[in-house]
Design a protein around this ligand. Sequence first.
Ligand code: ADP
Ligand code: ADP
Ligand code: MG
Length: 683
Amino acid sequence: MCRYSDNLLSLQVIMNSKKIHKILIANRGEIAVRIIRTLRKLHIDSVAVFSDLDANALHRRMADEACPLGGGALKDTYLNIQKIIDAALDTGADAIHPGYGFLSENPEFAEACEANHLIFIGPDAETMRLMGNKIAAREVAIKAGIPVVFGVTGNMYQILEQADTLPYPVLIKAAAGGGGKGMHIVRTKETLRDALESASREAEKYFNDGTVFVEQYIEHPRHIEVQVLADHHGNLIHLHERECTIQRRYQKIIEESPSPTLTEERRQALFDAALKLCRAIGYKNAGTVEFIADQNQNFYFLEVNTRIQVEHPVTEARTGIDLVEEQIRIARGKEMGWTQEAIQPQGHAIELRLYAEDPENGFLPTPGKVTAYHEPQMRGARVDSSIDGPCCISEAYDPMIAKLICHAKNRQGALETAQHALKDFTIQGLTTNKAYLWEVIKNQDFIDNKIDTGFCDAHRETLEQAMKESRQSQHLDDIVASFLLFDCCKRRFEKHIENVWEEIGYWRYHSKFTVEVEGQKIPVSITEWKTESGKLKVSFDTSHLSPLTSSAEFIALNGPQLKLMLNGRPETVYCSVNEEQKTIVGFRGLNFTCCRTDQLNDTLDYARKTEVNDKSRLVSPMPGKVVKINVKEGDVVEPGTIMIVVEAMKMENNIVATGKGTVKQVLVQEGEMVDNKKQLIVM
Ligand code: ADP
Ligand code: ADP
Ligand code: MG
């Protein structure tokens, strides 16, 4: 069906086909950064918008220009149509790219752009309105002869009238829903009424529209979708499929292409259905037609996402097409740069979404401070990230930090690349789902493609166990050695000190102490210190772990990245210090929190050394604060008596009597700051 209004619109765009010099990106996070990268390639100026919380965000720093949106709720910042339009007009932008989420599927926003002679990079408002309503979209699909899941629409009474005949379990969905929100499974007719009522209330709250409908719940389904591109010249192509079956809370976390599931016949049928639907609605620009597939590869239409999608890089990796570039071309009214025949996808691609969330705690977000960030540098691995170094992940926004996209000749190759890349991908300071993703792609059921959308729930215990085992399989002595070397180097780099004793700093007094790794206490004794041609060698004996002596030899420290020789083999670890002054050691892809604990032994050692120099003088081992004085003049002390406690570097250090004696004079008071020269006690 060719609609007259459609042609008219197309014609307008073609006639207006103008050069775009500047684009405002009405988004934040990785997608804003990703769009800016394409704009740079195309020599188009970029304008970022940013909230107060994002004042130092990567997308703001990367853009050629940036407009503040102020603070407050989303409706006052990234969802504020007027502010964003004003920013575009003020900066002289020709067009707006909405990214995904936020205003990307908001028809009023597209209309506001048009009213202000700004090109909206996406489909027209009418299409968005139609597809934004899942019930309307279903009806279009039914009319176009595309299979949909059995469903019942209508008001509450109309739905309840059919309660007896529904094919349970059913899924209640919000007509205006999205992002996996507002869906409820109903297993018996008795619970239908309550579920409908609460789903409707929820939909009203989230989407300002309480309309709900009921769909048959497909058991053990897969999610498979088709990427499409359509221009204003009648060209409509598909860019093959993506399988997005690995989800948690109805939200995708791993996507791949090609689908390891579809037969060639089913694949073609899926493409045909997607194109048929897009043709029926006169779709323009980039879009995704989502389907749900049952165990027999019967697929049913779910919805059309009228925007660039989170997982679009999977398609870019296989086709070599820059989807954002095509979106811009199409929005300008140019013919798209590709024909269906020219699309020859290569190999296999997989995307893993990295979130600040805790897989062991119901995937709850874990906003907070990132203390170290390092991306894998590897052929075949692309990272689209919202950050480029230490920063704060705010609880105000989506907790997705970055996406890792790996591409190889086949699925096995892509999975291997992803495993290696994850090992070299470092995010420290907050809990992420990285270790979880790693276990998913190593899981045999996943490798064998024995998956459905319930995979994460069904494998919860297995994956948690696997995460624990992966941690336990790391050698603690390697982690301790890396930690000690970093602790030493850090001091050296911070102070730029030449003198070797100062490099070693605090340690020179102590050869025996305890290191705590993830709460586990490990006694350590340093057996050898060497500096040869600027290299530092630490040998220490962690004999309770293994009879071996571990040696760590410094090679280079570059930001959080420490290169070292660990027992003679080269190793790269990542280290940073968190707010509690504990060191996080990233070892072969896993983070371990380390710190030095026991100070009693150290102080004894220190006191012994002091005694040699001056029997009656007792000084603090380092600058700090006197937090406790246990003795007074005239007290007789035994060897080992803790006389004074000095706090330094957030650790308590005990000043201990080295032999039997009498306290002649206490020279300090509690609360007093002391340096390492100040005498504390006269014995
Ligand atoms: P997709 O297949 O693209 O993930 P969904 O509709 O399942 O499509 O999820 C996309 C949703 O994720 C958006 O609508 C939005 O609510 C949310 N989202 C995720 N990351 C971001 C982000 N950086 N900015 C805005 N929204 C985001
Ligand atoms: P959203 O707009 O939130 O993305 P979708 O309709 O695309 O909503 O569905 C999101 C996810 O919910 C799907 O990927 C799938 O995992 C699940 N889902 C949706 N409909 C059904 C269904 N009828 N049966 C089983 N699972 C479904
Ligand atoms: Mg969806």
